[in-house]
Design a protein around this ligand. Structure first.
Ligand code: SF4
Length: 336
């Protein structure tokens, strides 16, 4: 991209959109930026065909150069290990295709439903349980969005809508506002929740417009972010979260327990303390969903329980996330 083109784009789009658009998308480039060799190039290429690499530059800047075992790098770098999946790791581990009453809606639990806003994400997490999800069939093309909104309007038992994806905060504030206003017109929806990894990846994503939108008195809004390691948390995330708090919006975190990333007591303690310093409460620590390509991230239940017990023994209760697993067909997340 020429410097003139870059300057025009930078002037006309908020910084977070520029960061999102200029993400690193090649394993070779990521390795080069960190001064690393890719040992298993053939395996990496095959794995990349299954699920491409994407990571914003500001997240790369939080990685340790020269360290192939960096816990942030491990979450995003394509690996040949992804091609070795045991049979119990499937392409739809939570059987979500059976929980889709109309395209764009996932209805798994009583009283709440997920609206899939987009299939795009600011980052591609190698352990993602939706890494094989057929997004083109589910994200709201105009006709489909009408169908999803009609479904929500006809279901008076749904009081909470969760904007999900993909990552709903990869779309512009204007598009988000249009969508949220359509939802606000449905009387029985009282709570709005957004699940997003974007504010951790690109902290500038918490814009004043987003704070206004979520702070609207019509809603009890909650933002659930996703950080797995204390080094993911950098300024200005703390300022964005403070703005949300002032506007009456809760910010919670859900993490995934990942081998080689955060499966030590020190890593979990540092994550909880770091979240609190950034104004975020630890909410869930998920056991890995058995998705094909992610088996090398699995932590056995016994170790997960041991770790969680140690966390409870060393931190105040409000800093200890609930250790959960999602099981297809259950009416809520199950404590491990
Ligand atoms: S941001 Fe969320 S939905 Fe997107 S790849 Fe990561 S875990 Fe999956």
């Amino acid at each position: 991209m020429s410097s003139r083109t870059r300057a025009i784009i930078t002037q006309s789009r908020p910084d977070w959109q520029v960061q999102q658009a200029e993400a690193v998308t090649s394993p070779g480039e990521l390795a080069r930026l960190l001064g690393l060799d890719i040992a298993d190039l053939a395996g990496t290429r095959r794995a990349e065909e299954e699920f491409s690499l994407r990571v914003p530059g500001s997240f790369v800047a939080r990685m340790e150069p020269g360290n192939p075992h960096d816990p942030l790098l491990r979450q995003v770098m394509v690996s040949g290990e992804e091609m070795d999946s045991p049979a119990r790791f499937g392409r739809d581990p939570l059987e979500e295709s059976a929980a889709t009453p109309v395209p764009g809606i996932l209805h798994k639990y009583p009283g709440r439903a997920l609206l899939m806003v987009t299939g795009a994400c600011a980052v591609h997490c190698r352990y993602c349980f939706r890494r094989h999800f057929p997004y083109p069939e589910h994200t709201p093309a105009p006709g489909r969005l009408e169908q999803a909104l009609e479904w929500l309007a006809g279901r008076e038992d749904i009081v909470e809508v969760i904007l999900s994806g993909g990552d709903p905060l990869t779309v512009t504030d204007r598009r988000l506002r249009e969508l949220v206003e359509r939802l606000a017109a449905i009387d029985h929806i009282r709570r709005l929740r957004i699940h997003s990894r974007s504010p951790v990846m690109i902290p500038e994503r918490i814009t004043p417009e987003l704070v206004d939108l979520l702070g609207d008195a019509r809603w009890q809004a909650t933002l659930v972010v996703h950080a797995n390691h204390a080094r993911e948390l950098v300024s200005p995330l703390d300022r964005g979260v403070a703005g949300l708090r002032e506007a009456g919006v809760w910010t919670l975190n859900q993490a995934v327990l990942l081998a080689g990333v955060n499966d030590t007591l020190e890593a979990q303690q540092a994550l909880s303390l770091g979240l609190f310093e950034h104004g975020i409460l630890p909410y869930y620590l998920h056991q890995l969903d058995p998705v094909a390509g992610a088996a090398h991230f699995e932590v056995p239940d016994e170790r997960a329980r041991e770790l969680h017990g140690q966390l409870r023994a060393t931190l105040p209760g409000y800093l200890v996330p609930t250790l959960v697993r999602e099981t297809p067909g259950e009416s809520g997340k199950m404590q491990v």
